[in-house]
Design a binder for this molecule. Structure first.
Ligand code: FMN
Length: 400
């Protein structure tokens, strides 16, 4: 057995009981692998974060995620409001608690996981959300866990104006709570929006994606970086690419939120989701890719292409690699942090710790194993003696 394979087996075994929070340093020292990723222009010690949803609703969850060593957490999506408290997207602020973690068979016959849930956005007050943002800010500063709010703002019909007061009031309050520039923000275009009549018109969606980043920047009292979390629209792959093109003014694109099951009226994930997402991202010319050039480490000006973030059915390091080789510089997961404990190889720790343990150290499908595998196949080269995770995104869409 090669020395690195033996070391990986050993790490996998011993970290089953407890994953060291500084595991990226350990990976660098032991395997000479640099796991650095990037999210919204920020360098992060590894590419794995938590997507917005039911697992980022309170400070306790954030503390556990900081302790586990997650790179970033996106807070549950807030529904924007104006200074009178009016919410044009109020239909998304509904209360629903019960979630069902289920197996789901894909069109190609593979069984994966999905979370079935009828709820939508944040259903408590703006003040409570701001308290969570402040808790996140303190954790970001003290513990290095990047915490990012997510918002659903007014989306007008074609010919109607944007309700600027919602953009101004909500962004202003978030900026006040966060205090320091830049404010990092995700704007969610959700699967339930994709299933809504509002999203039946392609030209309308294109206009939103084109205009929303600028609306948010114009509404913010301090510099802001905007990630658009794109939905899987109910149109073909070409339209998915058209949406990415339209969203070029964003600083990052999260690709792509869950699919919408019209019959059951619920969002879903699993292999159908990753199949679609990877197929779309596989198209040469996808924005965010700069063949042959080193991605910049500073936030890009809006003239450059947005950084890509993968989401959807990420349950292994191998799947992280699949997104990375299509240009994604980080990934955000939800479902994999919700599985029954028996599904994780780790025997102790929080779900975030157990998930990270499998994603990074699994001897066949963990990130370390797949990066070493790519090296052995001659598809990834060491620079300065190290393999770099971000080189996967840099080399995306080069001939493999
Ligand atoms: C129960 C549940 C609630 C979610 N809520 C939100 C949300 O409020 N805002 C958002 O942007 N994404 C939301 N998501 C999407 C996730 O952040 C993630 O992008 C998506 O589920 C795909 O990743 P996964 O396959 O790892 O779950 C939600 C997902 C689930 C399962």
């Amino acid at each position: 057995m090669a020395p690195q394979t033996a070391a990986l087996e050993r790490d996998f075994q011993r970290f089953q009981r407890e994953l060291p929070r500084d595991f990226p340093d350990h990976v660098r020292l032991t395997y000479r692998i640099d796991l650095t990723g990037r999210y919204l222009g920020e360098r992060i010690p590894h590419p794995i974060g938590k997507g917005s949803g039911q697992l980022s609703l309170n400070a306790g969850q954030l503390e556990d995620d900081a302790a586990a060593g997650l790179a970033f957490v996106v807070l549950k999506t807030l529904i924007a409001q104006d200074e009178t408290g009016a919410q044009s997207m109020a239909a998304w602020a509904i209360h629903e608690t019960k979630m069902q973690v289920e197996r789901r068979r894909s069109a190609t016959g593979r069984t994966g996981w999905t979370v079935t849930w009828k709820g939508r956005g944040w259903d408590r007050s703006l003040e409570e959300y701001l308290a969570l943002v402040r808790a996140g800010r303190d954790l970001s500063r003290a513990e290095g866990l990047l915490v990012v709010p997510s918002v659903k703002y007014h989306l007008p019909r074609l010919g109607e104006p944007f309700r600027e007061s919602e953009y101004r009031h909500t962004t202003g309050r978030l900026a006040e709570a966060w205090r320091d520039a830049p404010l990092l923000l995700e704007k969610d275009f959700s699967p339930t929006l994709a299933g809504d009549r509002l999203a039946e018109d392609r030209a309308q969606i294109v206009r939103w994606l084109w205009e929303v980043p600028e609306r948010i920047r114009a509404a913010a009292p301090l510099p802001v970086r905007v990630a658009l979390k794109l939905m899987n629209a109910r149109f073909d792959d070409d339209f998915q690419l058209e949406m990415m093109q339209a969203a070029r003014g964003a600083d990052a694109l999260v690709c792509f939120n869950r699919l919408f099951d019209e019959q059951r009226a619920v969002a879903y994930g699993g292999w159908d989701l990753s199949d679609r997402n990877l197929r779309v991202l596989d198209t040469p010319g996808t924005p965010g890719l700069r063949p042959g050039s080193e991605p910049p480490l500073t936030p890009r000006a809006s003239a450059g292409p947005p950084g890509l973030v993968g989401t959807g059915n990420i349950c292994s390091g191998r799947m992280i690699m699949d997104y990375a080789r299509r240009g994604c510089e980080s990934v955000q997961l939800h479902t994999f942090f919700q599985l029954p404990l028996s599904e994780y190889p780790a025997t102790h720790g929080s779900r975030a710790q157990r998930a990270l343990h499998a994603l990074v150290f699994h001897p066949q499908d963990g990130l370390v194993a797949v990066l070493l595998e790519l090296e052995a196949l001659g598809r990834l080269e060491r620079r300065g003696g190290e393999l770099h995770f971000l080189d996967l995104a840099r080399d995306a869409h080069r001939p493999r």
